[in-house]
Design a protein around this ligand. Structure first.
Ligand code: CP
Length: 333
């Protein structure tokens, strides 16, 4: 494995092998496996879990890492091609990324969606332009429409919890005061489809996921024996659910138009996961969310603090899953 940019670039068997490796490293730690190796981490956007778990994972395998957060102690980085750099950014990624890559054995990049042009974000225009600037092993730490590290951790969490392979996985839109990117819902949808689950995308009108994201997940489902459908009827979608995967995202109907998005979402402030969402779900139904989560806006205290919540296990598995990715990229075994 040379790059870890999208779970869809791996065969299903390779994903299963990564999950097996994650479990093995958890049971039998290898604290010297990546001795002498250095991971560079470029965060164009904020993070808690991804940043900390990548550094911790590298250290637990005997390697080391450095973090660059442009504008916070380092030069602000320009990403636009052809930009006249007379503003705040003193350096362009066209120099910055090759320089950073020359200091390390593998590089991770986080670069969120621009959020204005849906076609450009779906094409991963910005992330791909940065990825093309290095031939070093590369990890996608969250791009416009993908978050493969989160997806791998979520798959491991489903396995850890004993969620049936074909169980019902409800990816539910939940409220947030402003539009959030499509990366996590797209990655979670694809992951659950590739795992073989009965996936229901539950969302209000105006918040359907783009066709390209749905089509990609349907292809994964067809390979794994899973299924995908959409619903805007909460009671019907949640009936029999094994997992409610709560996630906030922007209105795709008016992508990039924050005023129109605000008008649409204002009617859906009641899309906050509460205890009664589980009334008709499977008895053991679990709540998943990638975090960070706004308490009592997206998910209520009673759910996050209750026995159904798997959010801390998901966050912990960022470490275990990424250790497998680092091991595979840097040790190759
Ligand atoms: N879920 C996730 O990627 O968390 P961070 O944004 O804190 O890294």
């Amino acid at each position: 494995m040379k790059r870890f940019l999208d779970l869809a670039e791996l065969a299903r068997a390779e994903v299963l092998a990564l999950l097996e490796l994650a479990g093995r490293l958890e049971r039998q730690p290898e604290p010297r496996a990546l001795e002498g190796k250095i991971l560079g981490l470029l965060f164009m956007n904020p993070s808690l879990r991804t940043l900390a778990s990548m550094q911790a994972g590298m250290a637990r395998l005997g390697g080391s890492s450095f973090v660059i957060t442009p504008g916070q102690g380092t030069w602000q980085l320009e990403t636009r091609l052809g930009a006249v750099m007379s503003g705040a950014a003193a350096e362009h990624v066209r120099e910055g990324i090759p320089v950073l890559a020359s200091y390390c054995d593998a590089l991770g990049i986080r670069a969120f969606a621009d959020g204005r042009d849906l076609a450009a974000d779906l094409a991963e225009t910005n992330f791909n332009a940065m990825a093309a600037l290095t031939s070093k092993p590369l990890i996608n730490l969250e791009s416009a429409v993908n978050h493969p590290c989160q997806a791998l951790a979520d798959w491991k969490t489903l396995d850890d919890l004993g969620v049936a392979r074909h169980g019902r996985f409800v990816l539910s839109w939940v409220y947030h005061p402003r539009p959030l990117p499509l990366a996590v819902p797209a990655a979670a949808l694809h992951m659950a489809a590739l795992r073989g689950m009965e996936v229901v995308v539950l969302r209000p009108a105006g918040f359907a996921l783009p066709q390209a994201i749905m089509d990609k997940a349907r292809r994964a489902a067809s390979m794994s024996g899973g299924s995908i459908r959409e619903s805007d009827v909460r009671r019907e979608a949640l009936a029999g659910a094994a997992v409610i995967y709560a996630k906030e995202w922007g209105a795709t109907e008016c992508y990039g138009d924050t005023a129109a998005d605000a008008r649409l979402r204002a009617a859906h402030a009641d899309w906050c996961v509460r205890g009664d969402w589980f009334e008709h779900a499977a008895p053991e139904c679990r709540l998943m969310h990638c975090l960070p989560v706004r308490r009592n806006v997206a998910v209520a205290d009673e759910v996050l603090d209750g026995p159904r919540s798997a959010v801390l296990r998901e966050a912990y598995n960022r470490l275990t899953a990424q250790m497998a990715v680092l091991y595979r990229l840097l040790k190759g075994l």
